[in-house]
Write a protein that binds this ligand. Structure first.
Ligand code: BT5
Length: 259
């Protein structure tokens, strides 16, 4: 991977600009910084390796050199997009899931931000924003995808089983091709974020649909219920044991296992 190769691989997408790093702390940090300095809509940060890659709640995201995809796409939301920003994680998740589907795989979205293959995490998404007062000025879509086997961290540091495309496909797919497809899907799907068909496509790919789960929201806080879909803002909709509908905005979903 290098700047020139990326520029030619992504040329047809008409991105505003690309910043490539052999190694960087976090592509999301670079993108947030760049956004604050005025990066335009569809500016892209890509790194071969991240040394301080982040998940949600400052959890680590591992991106060893030459094995993975780590990128952050900057969007400048239009006036019409601003009410839809809580759906951005769905936009990214669907875009990545569609790429995996074209490889003949059967991805599911573990709400809110994980992509699973065979019940294992193959990709993670981190959506962040820059703000002016209470208005988002830019949205950063951070995506990490495990491509080669070497990208998968050892099991003892993982809270959830992980896998790579190589594990599942039996070969290492071309990172530039996957990156191009994921970005093309984000760009193509973006104008449809406000539609019902977007929400139903997202809902259809939800892992654990109809299953009993517990959503851990940090500390001791958690809620349990059956996954029955998504709210229009992208919250997870559960029905608890008393039949009450609960909308969950944030958390980690775990299957509830009954003895
Ligand atoms: C995520 O957070 O899954 C979001 C990951 C986003 C990474 C991208 S890479 C480009 C951009 N730049 C960044 O700095 N970040 C974004 P979360 O759901 O909180 O999951 C984090 C958890 O995933 C960690 O606590 C680990 O247990 C696990 N994990 C870390 N690296 C992993 C990997 N390569 N594959 C699978 N699981 C991993």
């Amino acid at each position: 991977m290098n700047q020139q190769e990326l520029e030619s691989a992504l040329a047809t997408l008409n991105l505003s600009a690309i910043h490539y790093f052999d190694s960087v702390g976090s592509t999301n940090d670079e993108a947030l910084d760049w956004a604050r300095k005025g990066a335009r809509d569809l500016s892209l940060v890509v790194a071969d390796e991240q040394t301080m890659g982040r998940g949600r709640l400052d959890r680590p995201w591992f991106t060893p050199p030459r094995t993975a995809l780590a990128f952050s796409l900057i969007l400048r939301p239009t006036y019409a997009e601003k009410p839809l920003l809580s759906r951005t994680v769905g936009l990214a998740a669907l875009a990545v899931a569609d790429v995996l589907q074209t490889l003949g795989l059967d991805p599911l979205i573990k709400w809110p931000n994980d992509i699973l293959l065979n019940g294992r995490k193959v990709a993670g998404i981190l959506i962040e924003a820059t703000w002016f007062e209470d208005e988002a000025q830019s949205i950063v879509i951070g995506v990490g995808i495990n491509i080669a086997k070497g990208s998968v961290p050892s099991t003892d540091i993982l809270g959830f089983p992980a896998t790579s495309l190589e594990h599942i496909l039996g070969y290492v797919p071309d990172r530039n091709v996957i990156l191009h497809a994921a970005l093309a899907n984000i760009i193509a799907l973006r104008p449809h974020m406000g539609t019902d068909s977007f929400m139903s496509a997202w809902q259809k790919k939800l892992a654990y649909y109809g299953r009993q789960v517990r959503v851990e929201m940090g500390g001791e806080k958690s809620v349990s219920g059956k996954v029955i879909g998504l709210e229009s803002d992208g919250s997870l909709k559960l029905r608890d044991d008393d039949g009450k509908i609960i909308a969950v905005r944030f958390g980690d979903v775990r299957l509830r296992l009954f003895a």
